[in-house]
Design a protein around this ligand. Structure first.
Ligand SMILES: C[S@@+](CC[C@H](N)C(=O)[O-])C[C@H]1O[C@@H](n2cnc3c(N)ncnc32)[C@H](O)[C@@H]1O
Length: 304
């Protein structure tokens, strides 16, 4: 049982996500990043990597109950997020006996405005069977709490963050103490893009070994985590205490957020290519086939 008096910022509470979220007071957080358990079931064959099984909970429940719980969690996070705040929710497409289970199906039923679907290009597939092309991507839903009634767009990103694009090309993290931690660059990019270097309060309600919280601390923010496994929470606390060890990776990520040259500067230097310019100005590769379909040599003569 989590006591209300134990809850404060810069802490990780060991407990159930909904139970703890419901104890939190009203709008507190500026931004959050999380990855819940995916309810993957783990019942199918063909897994390349070790099964993702968590220490203190089963990742297998009735799908309708799972989705209802995720909606309840996202709506509690909405309640504790400040107006204008953002939340990044990582999930993936799953199939159950041929039926596509798309995260948008339940994300769109929450109170949040779905601002963008970001692709996480992980480059590696967990399941190498040929029922589908190898699934090497996950999704990250950028969710927005409106600043005022009718605000459907939210504040604009600074160009140096918007330039990071809607695709996150990042290898997944490998860590012996947890089956599925974030690479620290993933939450760092989300937090930095929203807060633009300003301090704020950051939430991860499925904190695992605390990657989001370490990124938040290194970015000068307050943080708050919830994690059901005491072992993962303890590892996370240790990482947070030694967060400076992870600063080089965070700084490498932050260094990517820069505008080399604005659009106006590119235009002034003649570097901006007009997408609608006549294509004839481009060199055309010589055809390897003549109009009768005979093979040609590369210098245009008929091949012998
Ligand atoms: C995908 S992992 C998150 C990993 C995290 N992003 C990191 O970098 O370490 C999901 C986490 O949710 C935790 N979890 C599962 N059910 C939970 C619940 N009901 N309440 C709180 N945490 C839960 C699991 O123990 C697991 O560590």
């Amino acid at each position: 049982m989590v006591m209300h008096s134990t809850i404060g910022l810069n802490n990780t509470i060991v407990g159930d996500v909904l139970e703890v979220l419901r104890l939190l007071p009203g709008p507190t957080f500026d931004v959050g990043v999380t990855s819940p358990p995916y309810n993957k079931g783990e019942r199918h064959k063909g897994w390349l990597v070790d099964k993702v099984t968590y220490a203190n909970n089963s990742d297998r429940q009735d799908e309708a109950a799972y989705q209802a719980e995720q909606i309840a969690v996202l709506d509690e996070i909405y309640r504790v997020t400040k107006p204008g705040g953002a939340f990044f929710y990582n999930h993936k497409l799953r199939w159950d006996r041929g039926q596509l289970l798309h995260p948008y199906a339940w994300v769109s039923k929450t109170e949040w405005v779905v601002r963008q679907e970001i692709i996480w290009q992980r480059r590696i597939a967990a399941n190498l069977r040929g029922w589908r092309f190898w699934q090497v991507e996950e999704r990250i839903y950028w969710l927005q709490k409106p600043r005022f009634s009718g605000d459907k767009i939210g504040p604009e990103l600074a160009p140096r963050h918007a330039l990071m694009t809607s695709i996150r090309d990042m290898w997944p993290e490998q860590d012996p103490s947890h089956p599925a931690p974030f690479p620290i660059e993933l939450p760092a990019r989300c937090i930095l893009s929203i807060l633009d270097g300003k301090p704020g309060a950051v939430l991860d309600p499925y904190a695992g070994i605390g990657t989001t919280l370490v990124a938040a601390k290194l970015l000068g923010c307050n943080y708050f985590g919830i994690e059901i496994s005491p072992e993962y929470a303890a590892t996370g606390k240790e990482r947070i205490a030694n967060a400076e060890n992870e600063r080089p990776r965070l700084e490498a990520e932050a260094a990517l957020h820069k505008v080399e040259m604005t659009f106006q500067e590119r235009k002034a230097k003649g570097l901006s290519r007009n997408r609608f310019a006549k294509q004839t100005q481009r060199p055309v590769a010589p055809s390897l086939w003549d109009t009768n379909g005979n093979a040609m040599t590369e210098n245009g003569n008929e091949a012998s």
